[in-house]
Design a protein around this ligand. Structure first.
Ligand SMILES: [Zn+2]
Length: 60
């Protein structure tokens, strides 16, 4: 089985991880309330999906 021949230094490992960033999620405007929402997800502000209310929005 493929195996690393040499162990990389801590510095090399940390330099690799320094480039790692999470991806920012895509956002589109909700057709109901125009709030930004993730595509293919029900809107978190008004609970609408596909022109229909599918979620009860609990707001404090
Ligand atoms: Zn909405």
């Amino acid at each position: 089985m493929a195996n690393p021949t040499h162990r990389h230094s801590r510095s090399r490992r940390d330099k690799r991880r320094a480039n790692w960033k999470g991806e920012t999620p895509n956002l589109t405007a909700c057709p109901e309330c125009k709030e930004p929402k993730q595509p293919h997800r029900a809107c978190t502000k008004c609970g609408a999906y596909n022109g229909r209310k599918v979620l009860e929005v609990v707001s404090k």
